[in-house]
Design a protein around this ligand. Structure first.
Ligand code: B12
Length: 440
């Protein structure tokens, strides 16, 4: 069979003001450029599980509604596999409809399909719920035998020791400024708003170091000194695995970025290893430095218990030469008009190198979505295109929708101003040099 793996790429925002003003702010533009060019690791993984007898291609579709796509679909293919995030699911459905009209079988999978299977099933010949690896070989075998089922699901957690090396060779490597490797799935914490891989399968699992290195070495054959982004929700939640990973990366001569939680600051030995292994930046969800995190983490209220030592933790990590990208969520139930200034004050005090500001977003299938729905606060249920982390999709408790939008824009204009960005960069270098002098 001729199989097309279709990735909808690029970043999204619906709000026209944010599009014109917000995305022109230097920090937004910089970050968008960096991340907009990541490939779909999910599809490259499925491609690796596709037997050689099939002819496969990986295609990125930046915008489904462009004249080129409308005039001529990539292909022809017998089957297309399309991946899904919520913000672009309607584009995925439009693309699916065009292929199905042309007689191509469409298989849909990924995060949104897992979160809203009944909706997705109406747009595909088959859907895959949950992790793709266990189901994909069955889908292909059933397709070949002419007995494709409407739904496949992977109930048991996939054993990451069996993970294949994704087909990075299908990519036009020069197009990318970083490539992804997944080292863990899920997260031990259960934040009310989280719509990442914790929703595919709730158990936290790490990938054996040998598999991670095999993936890295494959990438290095194609790109000798790559920049790697770990596509994890929480890379260093398991400290033993974290130490082993940092040891394994040392000497690989790479620079890398990942997402984890603030607890790495409590492990100075790990911080030293991260520095040695080429860690450039760690992204941490701080959400709110003072209030609003109470009750956010549903397992043990873990997040609320961390915030008293945020400042000290950021300082400790950054003194190791690792920049912290601190993420703040605006529109929490405790937020009032005063919260924007309060967060701005904290950002200035924190000396964070990088900052990410997002709006609280009720992704379908999350406890947050269910709560806001029960409370009658969803503004446009089913308006999935707004699940961008920048568009306001719900009625905030103590703010109007417009005050929240304006609050994001005002705060972003201060945080991403050329002047403050330069100040943050210099401050980081100064602190690092001072820490090095103290250590010498
Ligand atoms: C890399 C990444 C991107 C890349 C994606 C490149 C691409 N085309 O896939 C880029 C930078 C383009 C991107 C963009 C966006 N992203 Co993003 N991104 C990530 C990130 C960091 C890693 C995702 C990843 O690689 N996971 C690893 C792979 C292996 O997992 P997977 O894709 O889920 O695939 C598995 C299964 O889902 C399944 N599967 C997946 N697809 C398919 C298809 C078929 C046919 C089958 C059978 C199975 C299957 O099998 C795979 C293996 O088990 C996550 C955060 C995180 N920590 O996970 C956010 C994340 C996925 N992004 C998110 C968001 C919100 C966005 C944006 C909307 C941001 C914006 N404002 O523009 C856009 C969406 C635009 C778009 N094009 O869809 C959210 C999505 C939540 C949701 N439920 O939709 C996440 C979870 C981050 C978060 N803060 O919540 N992102």
């Amino acid at each position: 069979m001729k199989i097309g793996f279709l990735a909808l790429s690029g970043v999204r925002v619906v709000d026209p003001v944010l599009q014109t003003v917000g995305l022109n702010l230097p920090g937004f533009v910089e970050r968008s450029k960096v991340i907009a060019s990541l490939p779909s690791l999910g599809l490259l993984t499925l491609a690796a599980l596709t037997p050689d007898e099939h002819e496969i291609s990986y295609v990125e579709v930046p915008d489904v509604d462009t004249p080129e796509i409308l005039a001529r679909l990539p292909g022809p293919f017998d089957v297309v596999a399309i991946s899904s995030f919520t913000a672009m699911i309607k584009e995925a459905y439009r693309l699916a409809a065009r292929y199905r009209a042309a007689g191509t079988k469409v298989i849909l999978g990924g995060l949104h399909v897992t979160l809203c299977p009944d909706e997705a099933a109406a747009h595909a010949d088959a859907i895959v719920i949950g992790e793709g690896e266990p189901a994909w070989p069955r889908v292909l075998a059933d397709l070949a035998a002419g007995r494709l089922q409407a739904r496949y699901s992977s109930a048991a957690p996939y054993n990451l020791a069996e993970a294949p090396v994704p087909r990075f060779d299908l990519l036009e490597i020069a197009k990318y400024n970083r490539l992804t490797i997944q080292t863990a799935r899920g997260c031990p914490w259960n934040c009310e708003f989280c719509a990442a891989s914790v929703r595919l399968n709730p158990r936290y699992r790490t990938k054996p170091i040998a598999n991670i290195l095999a993936e890295l070495h494959r990438i290095k054959e194609l790109w000798p000194a790559p920049f790697i982004e770990f596509a994890d929700d929480n890379t260093f939640a398991d400290k033993r695995h974290g130490h082993a990973l940092a040891d394994a990366l040392t000497g690989e001569h790479i620079r890398w970025f990942t997402e984890t939680d603030i607890s790495i600051a409590d492990d100075p030995a790990l911080l030293r290893k991260l520095q040695k292994s080429g860690c450039a930046q760690i992204l941490i969800g701080l959400e709110d430095p003072e209030d609003g995190t109470d009750g956010m983490e549903l397992r043990s209220n873990w997040k609320a218990r961390q915030r008293s030592h945020y400042l000290e933790a950021i300082r400790r990590i950054q003194e190791h030469g690792i920049t912290v990208n601190g993420c703040f969520v605006l529109g929490l139930d405790t937020h009032t008009e005063a919260s924007f200034d309060r967060i701005w004050d904290f950002i200035q005090k924190s000396e964070l190198y990088e900052i990410q500001l997002t709006i609280l977003t009720p992704f379908p299938g999350t406890p947050l979505y269910d709560r806001l729905s029960r409370e009658g606060r969803l503004l446009d249920p089913g308006g999935w295109e707004k699940c961008t982390l920048f568009d306001v999709m719900f009625q905030p408790r103590h703010l109007t929708v417009d005050t929240l939008r304006r609050g994001l824009l005002d705060l972003a204009s201060k945080v991403y101003s050329a002047e403050f960005t330069e100040h943050r960069r210099r401050q980081f270098i100064r602190r690092k040099l001072a820490a090095d002098r103290r250590a010498a």
